[in-house]
Every structure is written in structure tokens, then in C-alpha cells.
Write a protein of this length. Structure first.
Length: 53
């Protein structure tokens, strides 16, 4: 997970504030009543300010 984020193992809730821009490989695994996993890339970037805001 990106630095600054944490996942609650009992609820699966992801919370926190991302502190570092970059790409992160995340693997999610589900267990109980079957089992499976998937891996994906999570990109954190800084958006440009809105020119019309």
C-alpha cells in the first residue's frame, strides 16, 4: 500500500493520507468461504490546480 495508508483487517476499510507520489503494487487476498487474490497497480499523483475554480 502507498505510505500513509492502512487497512483495518477486520473491516477491510482503507484509511489515512497518502504521503508519497508514485506507483505501488497492491495485492488483495480474500479468505473464508473460498479464497482468491488479485494484484493491481495503484498510482498516486498530484493533480494540477483547477484553472476555473
Amino acid at each position: 500500500m502507498p505510505p500513509g495508508l492502512a487497512i483495518d483487517p477486520s473491516t477491510g476499510l482503507i484509511s489515512g493520507t497518502v504521503s508519497t507520489i508514485g506507483s505501488y503494487t497492491v495485492t488483495v487476498t480474500a479468505v473464508g468461504g473460498g479464497q482468491g487474490s488479485t494484484t493491481f497497480s495503484w498510482s498516486v499523483r498530484k493533480e494540477a490546480p483547477c484553472p476555473r475554480c
